[in-house]
Design a protein around this ligand. Structure first.
Ligand code: PMT
Length: 397
C-alpha cells in the first residue's frame, strides 16, 4: 500500500550514534510513498554523511543556517512550510533541551520554532542522560505542547551499558508515522483479529497443524490499525512478524485461542476470525515421544470447540466476521456458515485455487453478507483484501 502517498515529511537528524538507523527510516518512508527531506545538525554529520540522505531522499540535505550554498529561498521557512510532519530522530538530550525552551541557534532548532507542522520526536541517548530530571522535564514540556514522543527502547547501548535509550526500531517509528496519517474511520473502535493456525499436540514433538502462515490475519490487523482502531491480534502458528503496536497474544491450541478470545470478547466492537482453527485434537497427549512399534498407529481425535459459533451465540452488539476455507460449493457452504455461526458477513476463499488461501501472498475471495449480497474479489494481495474487509467493518460500525 502507498499509505504515505503525497505526504511530506521533514526529518531532523541530531548528533547521536543512532543516526545511521535513520537511513532505514527514510528508506521505508520512501517505499510507503512519502516525499522526505532531511535537515542535519552539525554534530549529526560527525556520525553520518549528508550525502547518504541526499542519495536516498533525492533531495538536498540542509545543515547550516548561514551557508554559501542555499538549497531553498529563506531556507528555514521554506523547510518549515514544506512539512506535513516533522520527525526528529535520533533526538539528543541537547536537542530536547533546546526545543523545549525555544532556543533557535541552528537551522534545525529554528525550523522547529517556525513550522506549523506537528512534531514527532524519537529520543536516543545513554540511560542516565534519558532519565536525568532535566531531560525528563524537557520531554514533558514537549509532550504538553503536543509533540508525540516515540519512546526509546531498552537494550545494549553504544556506550557499552545496557538500559533504556536505544532509538526505537525503524519499523516502529514508521508504524507511528503511518498511524498518524491514517484515515481515522475506526477511531475509538476495538477490533479483535485471529490469525495463523492452531497446533494440537500429539506427543512432546509432534502435532496436528495446518499451512496457515498468518499473512491474511496479520494484514487485517494492520489495516484495522491503519484506520485508527485499537487492535488485539490473537495468533496461532505464523511465519510472519506481528505488526507493531497491536496487543499481540500468541496461542497454540484451539482451546487456548478460545480462552483468549473469550477474555477479550466483551470489550470489542468487532471480531474477525481468519485463524485456521483445528476442528479436532488428539484425545490423549502422550507424555513421551510415541515409539515406532506396530505397523499402524491410530490416534483418536475429539472435537475442538467452535470458537466462532460460540461467539455467535454470545454476541450482543459485536460485529462478527468469519472466514470460510472451502474446496467445493464455496458460496453455499459459506452461506450455511453465516447462519450456523450467526455472522454479519463471511469471507469465503477457495483454497484449492492457485494464488488463494494458505501461505501465499495473494487471495481470491467472495465477501458474502448476511442479507445475501456477494462481492467477488479477484486475485489480489492479502493487503488489498484486508483493506476491503476493514472498509466493510468500518461502514457497519
Ligand atoms: O494464514 P494464511 O496463510 O494467510 O491463510 C489464510 C487462510 C486460508 C487461513 C484464511 O484465508 C482462512 O480461510 N481462514 C479460515 C480457515 C478456517 O478455519 O476455515 P473454516 O471454514 O474451517 O472455519 C470457518 C470459520 O470458523 C473461520 O472463521 C474459523 O476461524 C472459525 N472456526 C473454525 C473452527 C473452529 N473450531 N473454531 C472456529 O472459530
Amino acid at each position: 500500500m502507498n499509505e504515505l502517498k503525497d505526504k511530506k515529511i521533514l526529518i531532523g537528524v541530531t548528533g547521536g550514534i543512532a543516526a545511521y538507523k535513520v537511513v532505514e527510516v527514510v528508506s521505508r518512508l520512501k517505499k510507503l510513498g512519502a516525499e522526505v527531506k532531511v535537515v542535519m545538525t552539525r554534530s549529526a554529520t560527525e556520525f553520518i554523511a549528508p550525502r547518504t540522505f541526499q542519495e536516498i531522499t533525492k533531495n538536498p540535505v540542509s545543515v547550516e543556517m548561514f551557508s554559501e550554498t542555499v538549497n531553498y529561498h529563506v531556507e528555514h521557512i521554506a523547510l518549515a512550510n514544506f512539512a506535513d510532519l516533522v520527525l526528529i530522530a535520533p533526538a539528543t538530550a541537547n536537542f530536547l533541551a533546546k526545543a523545549a525552551h525555544g532556543i533557535a541557534d541552528d537551522l534545525l532548532t529554528t525550523i522547529i520554532l517556525a513550522t506549523p507542522a506537528p512534531l514527532m520526536i524519537a529520543p536516543a541517548m545513554n540511560t542516565l542522560m534519558l532519565e536525568h530530571p532535566a531531560t525528563k522535564n524537557n520531554i514533558e514540556i514537549l509532550k504538553q505542547r503536543g509533540a508525540k514522543i516515540i519512546d526509546a527502547e531498552t537494550g545494549l547501548l553504544a556506550c557499552g551499558t545496557s538500559g533504556k535509550g536505544r532509538l526505537a526500531e525503524p519499523e516502529n517509528i514508521c508504524a507511528e508515522i503511518v498511524k498518524f496519517f491514517a484515515p481515522k474511520n475506526l477511531a475509538g473502535k476495538k477490533i479483535l483479529v485471529t490469525a495463523g493456525g492452531t497446533v494440537e499436540p500429539i506427543d512432546p514433538v509432534r502435532f496436528i497443524g495446518n499451512r496457515s502462515s498468518g499473512k491474511m490475519g496479520y494484514e487485517i490487523a494492520k489495516a484495522a490499525q491503519f484506520h485508527g482502531a485499537e487492535v488485539i491480534l490473537i495468533s496461532g502458528n505464523a511465519t510472519v512478524e506481528p505488526p507493531a503496536n497491536v496487543k499481540f497474544i500468541k496461542v497454540e491450541t484451539a482451546e487456548q485461542m478460545r480462552t483468549e478470545v473469550l477474555k477479550e470478547f466483551d470489550s470489542v466492537d468487532a471480531v474477525i476470525m481468519s485463524a485456521a482453527v483445528s476442528d479436532y485434537r488428539p484425545k490423549t497427549i502422550y507424555p513421551q515421544k510415541i515409539k515406532k512399534s506396530n505397523e499402524n498407529l491410530t490416534i483418536e481425535l475429539v472435537k475442538n470447540p467452535d470458537i466462532l459459533k460460540e461467539l455467535g451465540q454470545l454476541k450482543k452488539n459485536q460485529l462478527l466476521v468469519g472466514f470460510a476455507a472451502e474446496t467445493a460449493n464455496i458460496i453455499s457452504y459459506a452461506k450455511d456458515k453465516i447462519d450456523e455461526k450467526n455472522l454479519d458477513f463471511i469471507v469465503a476463499n477457495d483454497v484449492t485455487q492457485e494464488g488463494a488461501g494458505f501461505s501465499v501472498d495473494t487471495n481470491i475471495a467472495s465477501i458474502i453478507t448476511r442479507d445475501g449480497e456477494i462481492e467477488n474479489c479477484p486475485k489480489m494481495s492479502k493487503t488489498e483484501l484486508a483493506e476491503k474487509i476493514i472498509l466493510r467493518v468500518a461502514e457497519r460500525l
